[in-house]
Design a protein around this ligand. Structure first.
Ligand code: UGA
Length: 435
């Protein structure tokens, strides 16, 4: 199959590369000439484990190419994927679809022969209808079907998620388009990945419902963690106790500083808006959004409490800035609210992150960026673990203790064991566990 991938950001690049690896002929398109030049030269603009090698391999085999020019690639394609950004619109939180619609207009002008246009970007219900309307208006003679094929990739594990998905959802109202999509995903049929062919609107909503449900699960366990702290219970044991029930499942029950990233905050908000507009508000998700927002800020208060109630003039060392490990993504990272809260209370902040510091600098200009965890702890009155990078799991606590002014550790990811830290002389606080 010949595939044109419109948008070579995170989703487009991972999906395009994996499709090429399936044996398809893929052209990744992007408006940004610097990005395309970098990709042509073998440089990957994002951090995703395994991606650079996969891009290099498929580019070498000639199955994966990069261009800024849409026309030729779209004209030759059996399927054109739209994988451009859908950021939250300033003001109302609704998904900004201007990039999707602009892509649809440009695609319409280049279509030739029967083509399946696929929205891969996360788009609100009904966007496929609008994409189809735009294309048919601009190119009334085009033989085209518009399909929704949401992605369920996690940053940091995107290649594995693409190649061994829990399921593939294809929203196609046209049987011929469903056939083309089946052909594209054929290698996964062989892996016996469940493929759900649904109506287009159903596929669009499935994506939001999945992310909102996962965000709800996290928020639920975070509130249970707060309760555990008050009543002397252990949230990790509660999570295990409920998660072993197959109806609940053990995943996404890790209590922490609140969810962040480029997906959950944006998608939960967009679902809330869609539901309000449809006259059927999803009150549970509205509450999840509000609870998660206030939680991030509450984590700063937790640190302040661990420091004895005040941090004015004190130095706080923050380990981990990205919204989760194995990414350099700082979008909606809990660290942003936590650090702002600490600074508002008069603290100085030192921070270290293995991959995120470059992205963090413009967002957090007034902190000291350390060269490693020990440099970060130097002269600190407290050490706060915000993101659970593997590199932070086996730190030399004697060395940290020697570098710090006061022996306070606040572990917002429940990575350490209270006994271990107590043995090394630390005052230790975690999330929803007895100290
Ligand atoms: C999420 C979904 O997991 C993917 O299935 C989906 O495709 C993607 O959004 C998307 O819509 O594109 P991602 O945002 O990369 O993926 O990251 P997750 O691993 O889901 O983590 C999201 C946030 O939840 C992180 O801040 C993480 O720390 C937090 N989290 C996750 C918890 O606090 N506890 C958990 O148990 C799990």
């Amino acid at each position: 199959m010949r595939i044109a991938m419109v948008g070579s950001g995170y989703v487009g690049l991972v999906s395009g590369t994996c499709f090429a690896d399936f044996g398809h002929e893929v052209v990744c398109i992007d408006k940004d000439p610097d990005k395309i030049a970098a990709l042509q030269a073998g440089r990957i603009p994002i951090f995703e484990p395994g991606l650079a090698a996969l891009v290099a391999d498929n580019a070498r085999q000639g199955r994966l190419t990069f261009t800024t020019e849409m026309r030729e690639a779209v004209a030759a394609a059996d399927a054109v994927f739209i994988a451009v950004g859908t950021p939250s619109r300033r003001g109302d939180g609704f998904a900004d679809l201007s990039y999707v619609y602009a892509a649809a207009r440009e695609i319409a002008a280049a279509l030739s022969g029967y083509t399946v246009v696929v929205t891969k970007s996360t788009v609100p219900v009904g966007t496929g209808d609008e994409v189809e309307r735009i294309i048919r208006e601009a190119a009334p003679a085009a033989e085209v079907a518009v399909v929704s094929n949401p992605e369920f990739l996690r940053e940091g594990a995107a290649i594995a998620d693409f190649k061994r998905p829990d399921r593939i959802v294809i929203g196609a109202d046209d049987p011929r388009a469903a056939q083309v999509m089946s052909e594209i995903y054929r290698p996964l049929y062989l892996n016996q990945a469940p493929i759900l062919v649904t109506g287009r609107r159903t596929a669009e909503l499935t994506k939001y419902a999945a992310n909102a449900f996962l965000a709800t699960k996290i928020t639920f366990i975070n509130e249970i963690a707060d309760l555990c702290e008050q009543v002397g219970a252990n949230v990790q044991e509660v999570a295990r106790g409920i998660g072993l029930d197959n109806r609940i499942g053990s995943k996404f029950l890790h209590a922490g500083p609140g969810y962040g990233g480029s997906c959950f905050p944006k998608d939960t908000l967009a679902l809330v808006k869609t539901a309000q507009d449809a006259g059927t508000p999803v009150r549970l998700v509205e509450t999840v959004v509000a609870v998660n927002d206030s939680r991030k800020r509450a984590m700063a208060r937790k640190v302040i409490a661990a420091c004895g109630g005040a941090v004015r003039g004190r130095t706080i060392a923050v380990l981990g800035l990205t919204f989760k490990p194995n990414t350099d993504d700082m979008r909606d990272a809990p660290s942003l609210s936590i650090i702002a809260g600490l600074q508002d209370a008069g603290a100085r902040v030192r921070a270290y992150d293995p991959e995120g510091m470059e992205q963090a600098r413009p967002l957090l200009p007034d902190i000291h960026y350390a060269t490693d965890p020990y440099d970060c702890a130097d002269g600190a009155d407290a050490l706060v673990l915000v993101t659970e990078w593997d590199a932070f799991r086996a730190l030399d606590f004697a060395r940290l203790r020697a570098a710090m002014l006061a022996p306070v550790v606040v572990d917002l990811r429940n990575v350490y064991r209270a006994e271990d830290l107590a043995r090394r002389g630390f005052r230790y606080t975690s999330v929803g566990r007895p100290s």
